[in-house]
Design a protein around this ligand. Structure first.
Ligand SMILES: Cc1cc2nc3c(=O)[nH]c(=O)nc-3n(C[C@H](O)[C@H](O)[C@H](O)COP(=O)(O)OP(=O)(O)OC[C@H]3O[C@@H](n4cnc5c(N)ncnc54)[C@H](O)[C@@H]3O)c2cc1C
Length: 262
């Protein structure tokens, strides 16, 4: 398929989908990037990778010296066009796996993981738009894979991102998002700051509400697809507001990160 404005080369997402192997494999940590005071991105070089769709995740497995194992899921933040896998991990207080990944893991270490996993919460430029992405905290991660892919594929698909964070300092990928929105008329970017905002903040203050959604999520006639990701309570609240606004429930895709909705 030809990419508008691009070359006629095949991309990972043009290729027919193959059922990926979910065997455990290892990846080498190539880089660790501090994104905010509570969040780091881990850049992994997989030993062997079949490619992924934006929105998919991997499982990470840690094994202690005594054989005890812990597994957790982490969304893939990198687009399918990249060979390295980026995972973005937020600190959960006393969290078993996130604490290890943020405090102990070093460049050059190997991590055991499997994937890609998840076939419901995926989007690529071949699926078209418009798309409305709604993120709570690190729920931005799989949505970032979609936005990075959208930019790489040069697809002028109308998109909006409504991103709820506690403060400006807690917005993950903020510079990259601001640059994307500045350079792309078809992308609307809205931050909702729930706890702290600069005195001169002109953006939304407080939680995402129905008015903010209605204003920034296209019209019902435009038939947008929604991708909502974040803590359980956030995802459920946004979904029910969208249904009340009259959007098709079947066009609302969700991914929940936290077990408690905290
Ligand atoms: C499909 C999927 C994708 C995910 N992608 C990401 C991602 O990209 N980045 C990311 O940081 N996390 C992501 N998560 C969450 C991640 O899998 C872990 O749940 C999280 O890192 C906490 O694990 P832990 O071992 O550190 O904490 P645990 O030891 O499991 O939990 C410690 C305590 O914190 C509570 N808790 C656990 N998780 C959360 C949470 N998310 N918020 C608040 N309290 C919590 C527990 O109930 C417990 O009380 C994803 C989850 C799913 C299901």
């Amino acid at each position: 398929m030809a990419i508008p404005g691009g070359s006629n080369v095949m991309t990972a997402t043009d290729a027919p989908l193959q059922q990926p192997s979910i065997a455990w494999q290892t990846g080498r940590v190539q880089a660790i990037v501090a994104e905010t005071s509570r969040v780091k991105s881990i850049i992994l070089q997989p030993a062997n990778w079949s490619g992924h769709w934006p929105g998919q995740h991997v499982d990470i497995r840690l094994t202690a010296d005594d054989g005890y194992q812990a597994e957790r899921s982490y969304s893939i933040a990198s687009p399918p066009e990249e060979k390295l896998l980026a995972l973005t991990v937020e600190r959960v207080e006393d969290g078993e796996v996130s604490s290890y990944l943020l405090d102990e893991l070093r460049v050059g270490d190997t991590l055991e993981f499997r994937g890609p996993i998840g076939w419901h919460f995926i989007w690529s430029q071949t699926r078209g738009g418009p798309i409305c992405l709604v993120a709570g905290g690190t729920g931005i991660t799989p949505l970032m894979a979609m936005l990075r892919h959208r930019t790489r594929s040069l697809a002028p698909i109308p998109a909006s991102l409504i991103y709820s964070a506690r403060s400006l300092a807690e917005i993950v990928y903020r510079d990259e998002l601001d640059t994307m929105a500045r350079d792309d008329r078809d992308l609307r970017l809205v931050y909702a700051l729930t706890r702290e905002h600069p005195g001169d903040w002109n953006g939304h203050r407080g939680r995402v509400n129905a008015a903010l959604l209605a204003e920034n999520s296209f019209t019902r006639e435009q038939n947008p697809t929604f991708f909502i990701c974040g803590p359980t309570g956030f995802v459920e609240g946004i979904s029910s507001m969208l249904v009340k606004l009259g959007f098709d429930p079947l066009a609302i895709r969700t991914e929940r990160f936290g077990p408690t909705g905290a």
